[in-house]
Design a protein around this ligand. Structure first.
Ligand SMILES: [Zn+2]
Length: 248
């Protein structure tokens, strides 16, 4: 680590759970972030500031005025710009020490597989079930940890499927894919701005804990947040013996 990095990351290095070695681990890590919107904003901002050495950020969408209410990674200067390019531009202002790769094209399964092969952790910040199921299958196939998050209205959830552990349940155990169109979108229902910050910050924290191998993992659990009533609940997820993804 350079002197400037020792200063930049000093408040991590002071933590006995992290210290120099832990910070070096973060610098040597690579996270794949799918989606640079409401969840992708806090996730990528915290991971960039924390010195995750390499971030790959994917989003094919453009920054729209209606995004700025909650997607703090973007600003008025980014309007009309591709989100992953706007992400790269703004994250480099937070930390120019790290490598940021932006993927601007819509991802097919093959491309997702290729990108996740090179990453230590996959962080799902997408807004649709198709991507969530695809990432779940890919993470399972590649035995990678998947950090999943979602937020709508005042309700949010965070979970981890750590497929390095063969007993881990998967996203499909929790929400079996019925191929029905059940999409619930922010565009139709609205979302409370700070909620995406809370969920995204939780995803970033859990991803970093996995990289550092510290504390209690959310693996096998679902954190449900009702921010309106300020109710946080931690549920245990059981592996479904008949799951079409992880029990074959
Ligand atoms: Zn499963």
């Amino acid at each position: 680590m350079k002197d400037s990095q020792l200063i930049r990351y000093s408040r991590h290095i002071l933590l006995p759970e992290i210290e120099y070695e832990g910070q070096q681990k973060l610098l040597d890590s690579h996270c794949l972030i799918i989606g640079a919107g409401g969840l992708g904003s806090p996730v990528s901002m915290y991971l960039a500031a924390s010195g995750i050495g390499k971030l790959t950020i994917c989003d094919f969408d453009k920054v729209d005025l209606s995004n700025l209410q909650r997607q703090l990674l973007h600003n008025q200067d980014s309007l009309g710009m591709n989100k992953s390019l706007s992400a790269k531009k703004n994250l480099e202002k937070i930390n120019s020490d790290i490598e940021i790769i932006s993927i601007t094209k819509k991802l097919d399964v093959k491309k997702m597989e290729e990108l996740s092969k090179n990453a230590n952790i996959i962080i799902d910040c997408s807004d649709n079930f198709k991507t969530r199921y695809a990432l779940n299958q890919i993470a399972f196939n590649q035995r990678k940890p998947l950090v999943s998050g979602a937020a709508i209205k005042f309700d949010g959830q965070v979970s981890i499927y750590d497929f390095r552990d063969s007993n881990s349940p998967c996203y499909n155990c929790l929400f079996p894919n019925t191929d029905e169109e059940l999409e619930v979108r922010c565009a139709d229902h609205g979302v409370f701005s700070p909620l995406v910050g809370i969920i995204g910050a939780c995803q970033a924290a859990e991803a970093m804990k996995l990289l550092l191998n510290i504390g209690k993992s959310l693996n096998g659990h679902l954190l449900l947040i009702d921010q309106k009533e300020l109710k946080w609940r931690l549920l245990t997820i059981k592996k479904d013996k008949n799951c079409l993804v992880c029990s074959r």
